[in-house]
Write a protein that binds this ligand. Sequence first.
Ligand code: C2E
Ligand code: CA
Ligand code: CA
Length: 741
Amino acid sequence: MTEPHQDEVLEWLEEDEHVAETDIQAWPILVVDDDEAVHAATRLALHGITIQHRKLELTHASSAAEARALLETQRHFAVILLDVVMESGQAGLELVGDIRKQYGMTECRIILRTGQPGYAPEIAVFNEYDINDYRTKSELTRTRLITAITSALRSYDQIRTIAENRRGLELIVNAVADLMEKHALTQFAEGVLTQMTSLLKLPLDGIVCAQRGSPLNNEDDRLYIVGAAGRLAHLITSPVEALHEPQIEDAICRCMTQQAHLFEAETTTLFLRGGNQEAAVYLHTGSALSEQDRQLVEVFAANISACFGNVKQVEMLNYVAYHDALTRLANRSCFILWLDIASRENRPGEVVCLVDLDHFADVNDGLGHDVGNALLVAVADRLEEHLGSSCRLARAGADIFGLLGPEALLNPANLERIFSQPFAVGEHHLPVSITSGYCRMLEGGESGFTLLKRANIALNRAKKHYHENHEYFMADMEDNTRWRLEVIRHLRHDFQLKKLQVWYQPQIDLGSNRIVGMEALLRWPGESGFIQPPSVFIPLAEYSGLIVEIGEWVLAEAADAWRSLQDLNGAPQRVAVNVSMPQFRNRLLIDRIADILGSHRLPPTALELEITESIAMDEPKVVISALGALKELGVRISIDDFGTGFSSLGQLRALPINCLKIDQSFVREIADGRGGMYAETIVALAAKLGLTTIAEGVETTEQAGFLRGLGCDEAQGYLYAKPMPLPAFREWLQQRNNPAR
Ligand code: C2E
Ligand code: CA
Ligand code: CA
């Protein structure tokens, strides 16, 4: 071990003298020697000394055994001055071995002292036990002792710093792994605060994580607190102004404006950016951060920024999946989840209620969709005001609200009262009457879906009453199956008579404006030209299993249609066909598809299958293997109505799919001037997952322009064309590609 140059050490010492002695912890030093005189001399020599602003604190042990007893409980020593010969000639060296190995004290520095020069240990021992210095006692004058201790402390300090950094990096690595698991923003923010403070060894108090905009309103540009700890914890979700701490507010604002970390005298404010989301993390450090801490914090910020982007996106998707975009109430999927939970917890005295607004269609048709929408929002607000604190509220259907709560509140009389006043909507005062269906939670254990279905049966009964506008579910109501069976019989009959048709709607590339595909949509013409809406008969065809046969027929028709168009200039490259869950449950699906492709000469790469999100998520194992086999054939898969079901990023990743089809409801929002936040999120998500996007229900050029701006690849909707029978579609294609000829 080379001795540092004396001057250098003294310089290091001198620096200290300019600084007032602080009450920072003293350096803990252990002196082990069996000669009481050595202890006394050491005490005397080191009395009043400070090294690097810190005093020395001596602990004494008069034998190796005593030292061991001490080390059982205290291992914080920076330097140990150790006599070689004590109980035995080797006692000191054996103790060194234990200090390093048994007690695991790898950072503390050891200075060996001996009265007898002949006892010098082998060089190998120095290396093995990482001994700093070896002196004979006579050699150690006061100055030499101080010099030796000073250099040992300096080396201890360096070792500590390196170890700290390594610990810091480990913390960061663990923090990132941990934060990746956090899917909720508040959880994530809390995680960031915990990790940051443990990194900097600060108390978990008075720190704040803020992001721009509230998740509920994307026009709101204020800064919101998404995480806080200690005395500020209660402010989570409040705007930053609510802190009433101008200094914190100021730091957060500057950080967001400058888009950079702020390392200041007593505070540190980190800037996080993930995707297009930004946030600031403020913490009171009490003093400026050291260069090492600063570097750690920067690495930390860079690593968690990416997580933050993911969390934001997942959060938004979860929000989209479980909320109604118009009223901001929970949606039907969320309502079913609540019912599931309530039923599992068996809460007698609670009731499920569906409230249907009478004649809502008249408002929509008579006063326009905007007024209709505003009325729905007003109703949601009214329900929230009267019932929000004790009931669960959801929008369970277009003009149907779902309520769950105590029967004392959710009963016909109380709901009548709530709706007794008209609703102010723009310049209108609209009186609203309601019809309601109730289902009491009696036994518990029914699925949420069953409870909803029962309340719905009651609601439908109530609609047929002349006098009363409400009904409670009774066990004997469940078989309204007669009507269903009748429709199914009729559908099967018409299918056999080849009365069903397949219509086609074009899909357009938003970049080139060219036709890239077409979607096959089933039509059931009824008597006197009336066309049954697929939304009514397809669920019944699914319920009865008839959809398996019909679906194969649609695929064959679509294949023929695609082939028949290929002689045209600019013919669609692909044809999209909808597939339902019962088709997926059929083991023969893949073989049947392959057969049809072969016999109708449709190349697999020209086929796209549209499956809904719920199919993809319901039975992931069945679906993933089927999709994998299809993809192997070369068939494209897209997720229909994306954003209306519930998918986590993880689940989506696991699916072999090519495309996300943005649901019409999100496209419609673009026109409402509420921005296309959801469409934007879905496009960003698709980009992240390497998927293409197609928007459906595009009706205006503004929507198309907005979607193009987002980077959405394709579009489909009335703006281009409505679904048409094949001859009309062929004509439309010819017109479009060879205009005015
Ligand atoms: P989908 O797959 O989401 O089909 C899109 C629906 O949006 C179609 O309704 C289409 O006519 C309509 N649409 C297209 N562009 C616009 C637009 O710009 N504005 C508006 N307001 N609507 C637009 P459709 O034909 O009534 O089909 C309803 C649903 O029935 C389909 O929804 C699909 O889930 C199902 N379906 C249709 N054909 C089949 C089929 O052959 N097999 C299966 N399994 N399901 C089918
Ligand atoms: Ca579709
Ligand atoms: Ca769709």
